[in-house]
Design a protein around this ligand. Structure first.
Ligand code: GLU
Length: 333
C-alpha cells in the first residue's frame, strides 16, 4: 500500500493559514501561523488563507477583518484567500455550504454516517470514566445501529450525522512528533460530521477544504493532534491523500492552561498599542519556540533559514505577561 505521507516530489507544496474568527489574534495563534508561513515560504510553496467561520458559536463577524490585519502586521502574506480570490474560492467556510452538502450527501448514500439523536448530556452520562478521551467523552455508540436511511423515519430533524469510525489503526507521520499510531474507534470514538442545524462540523469541513484546495501540508497547534486521527480516518475511507502534518506546541499561561483572559491581555493588538514593534513580536515568537537563541527583532523572511522542525521545542511555552512584556519592550527599541 502506498504510504500517504510520501508525495510526488514534483507536486507543488500548498499550505494554509486557517484562522477561526472567534476574537482577536493572540500570541499563540500568531506563533502557529508564523510557523505555517515559514514552512511554506521556505519550500517555495503556495499559501492559502482560509477563514474557518463555521462550527463555533464564538465566531465574531468583526474578527474576520481584524485577523487579516493582525496577520499582515506580523508580516505574513498569502497567495489565495477571501481578500485576493484564487482557483478554489470561496475561501470563507460559510460561503462553501453547497460544497459540504454535496460531500455529506455522498457519505449518507454510502451509509458511512448515521443519524444520532443523543444530546451532549446523555453522552456524558453514558460514557464511563475509563474511556474518557482528552477532548470529551467517547461516544458510547447508542445510535450506531441506525443506518443512514433511518433518518427519514426518525420523526425529527434534530439529529446530527455521526461518522462510523474504522477499527483499523491510523498512522500519522508528524514532522514534530514523529510517527504516531492510534485507533480512532477505541481511543476517540464515532464523531459528528454534521450538526442538526445542517452545517458540517469542523472535522468534515477541514478535510473537504484541504482536499479540494489541494493542501499538501498542515501546520497547526498540537491541541488538534487527536482531530488529525479523525480526519485521517475520513481521508482513508474517501481515498483522499493525507497531507503532511506538523503539530506545533501551544503557548500556555503560568498555570499550564491554554491562553485565556485570566492570563492577562495576550492579543497582538494589546502589544501593538503599547509600541511593541512587529519585528520584535516575530523575533520573540521565534525565540520562544527554539528558532532563535535570543530574542531579537527580525522579519519573517529572515527566519526562513532558521526553521527546522527538529529544533522546534516540543513542550508548551509558558507565557508570563509581566516578564514577557519586558522582553518584547527591550527588543522594540
Ligand atoms: N480553525 C482552527 C483554529 O483556528 C484550525 C484548524 C486547522 O488548522 O485545521 O484553531
Amino acid at each position: 500500500m502506498a504510504d500517504p505521507s510520501v508525495r510526488d516530489s514534483s507536486e507543488r507544496v500548498v499550505g494554509r493559514l486557517a484562522p477561526s474568527p472567534t476574537g482577536a489574534l493572540h500570541l499563540g495563534n500568531a506563533r502557529t501561523f508564523l510557523l505555517a508561513w515559514l514552512s511554506i515560504r521556505k519550500q517555495g510553496g503556495a499559501l492559502i488563507l482560509r477563514m474557518e467561520d463555521i462550527d463555533s458559536p464564538r465566531v465574531k463577524p468583526w474578527a474576520r477583518q481584524a485577523t487579516l490585519q493582525d496577520l499582515r502586521w506580523l508580516g505574513l502574506d498569502w497567495d489565495y484567500g477571501p481578500d485576493v480570490g484564487g482557483p478554489h474560492q470561496p475561501y470563507t467556510q460559510t460561503e462553501r455550504a453547497e460544497v459540504y452538502l454535496q460531500i455529506l450527501n455522498d457519505l449518507v448514500t454510502r451509509d458511512w454516517v448515521y443519524p444520532c439523536i443523543c444530546s451532549r448530556s446523555e453522552i456524558a452520562l453514558c460514557a464511563s470514566a475509563p474511556h474518557e478521551s482528552a477532548d470529551g467523552p467517547i461516544y458510547p455508540g447508542t445510535c450506531r445501529h441506525r443506518s443512514s436511511r433511518d433518518a427519514q423515519t426518525l420523526g425529527t430533524d434534530q439529529f446530527a450525522w455521526r461518522w462510523r469510525t474504522d477499527d483499523r489503526p491510523i498512522r500519522v507521520h508528524d514532522q514534530v512528533h514523529g510517527i504516531i499510531d492510534r485507533s480512532v474507534a477505541r481511543e476517540l470514538g464515532d464523531f459528528v460530521v454534521a450538526r442538526s442545524n445542517g452545517w458540517p462540523a469542523y472535522q468534515l469541513a477541514v478535510v473537504v477544504d484541504d482536499f479540494l484546495m489541494q493542501v499538501t501540508e498542515v501546520v497547526r497547534g498540537d491541541d488538534l493532534l487527536s482531530s488529525t486521527f479523525r480526519q485521517a480516518d475520513l481521508l482513508r475511507r474517501m481515498d483522499w491523500p493525507q497531507p503532511s502534518y506538523a503539530h506545533v506546541p501551544l503557548i500556555v499561561g503560568p498555570d499550564g492552561r491554554r491562553l485565556a483572559k485570566r492570563h492577562g491581555d495576550t492579543r497582538l493588538t494589546y502589544f501593538r498599542e503599547r509600541k511593541i514593534s512587529n519585528l520584535a513580536m516575530v523575533g520573540y515568537l521565534a525565540w520562544t519556540c527554539g528558532l532563535l537563541e535570543s530574542p531579537q527583532p527580525i522579519r519573517p523572511n529572515d527566519l526562513l533559514a532558521a526553521l527546522d522542525w527538529n529544533r522546534l521545542t516540543k513542550s508548551p511555552t509558558i507565557f508570563d505577561l509581566q516578564r514577557d512584556f519586558s522582553v518584547l519592550e527591550s527588543i522594540s527599541r
